[in-house]
Design a protein around this ligand. Sequence first.
Ligand code: PLP
Length: 380
Amino acid sequence: MNKKKIDINQYIRPCCRNFEPYVAGKPIETIKRELGLKNVIKLASNENPIGPSSKAVKAIKNTANNVFFYPDSNSWKLRKAVSKKFRIDISSILLGSGSDEIIELLAKAFFMPQDEIVVSEHAFIRYKMAGDLLDSTVVTIPMENYTHNLKAMFKAINEKTKAVFIANPNNPTGTYNDTGEMEEFLKNISELSCERKPLVIMDEAYYEYARSFKDYPETLKYIADYPNLIILRTFSKIYGLAGLRVGYGFTSRDIVDYIERIRPPFNITSISQEAAVASLNDLSQVKKSVRMVNEQRDFLYNELKKINLMYIPSAANFILIDVAPKAGQDVFREMLKEGVIVRAMDEYNLPNHVRVSIGLPKQNRFFITKLKKVLNRKRG
Ligand SMILES: Cc1ncc(COP(=O)(O)O)c(C=O)c1O
């Protein structure tokens, strides 16, 4: 076969032709290699630098010798542990290789080309990507003060709307919608006159950090009343298991049933399952992480104020910083050369912002020193 004569474009689904890949935070080793740096810190993917629970590490080691077996495809032990911890029936639990996989599974199971998917401007970009992947129409609603405008999102719903995504708190803005807003939104949805009410996909990846904020909604209790509600959580953030890829969620039995039918077998590794179970039983790691993020968020706010940089107050473990009139990309590149990986926000339509994850005290001090240097250099 003559390779040159085959035009691969003729095979690709039109909606995938111009697909932009997800821009992931750069790994430390990549930057060390590319820029020849010795000291590099990564504050780019909202991971937990305190690391996983020691119980999880022990579980990982204990499972290592058994990895020649396929994992339990149903993740039974993990399902039971999540069910016990959150006092919710096992039939209401979703599990995936990261909450990211659950988002994609929901899209594959439910989204069609004639559907509309409502998302917020500056919302976590994987929602739009999920809609685009299935060739649905993604309707983007402007934010209000960098926050999901639930009233406007509700107004955008029509007969074609299959799903509404809400990130609470949102990545990358760090803002959240409170209990009153959320209850009103869900009530409005349930009272819609259209026959098929949209799915409400509530992404709470940063729940553990946000839950102590004023009027942050405890949404789990709504599951019983709203069968079209899906709540997503993850072990990647506060539990410090991003490298093991485990996400979970809560919804009605029927939605779980459909997702289970299309889920790839063995999607959560045996090591990941054991580590996640062990993490759920370690409250101290969670408390320690929340305490550090609360303290360090205040430290960073103060330092940013001192250098007159605007930021969006955050209920999560990252801060969105306005570096205007500088371009976020330039600050990102300059910071890389200084050994600090942050995230530019171009794909979020925030060209003058960078997002920084809250690190360990030492890392945050390093970040501020380098940020001052980069901004002074650029101003001078
Ligand atoms: C809002 C939000 N949802 C979901 C995810 C995906 O998390 P994971 O797939 O690691 O569970 C992220 C990761 O950055 C996120 O910020």
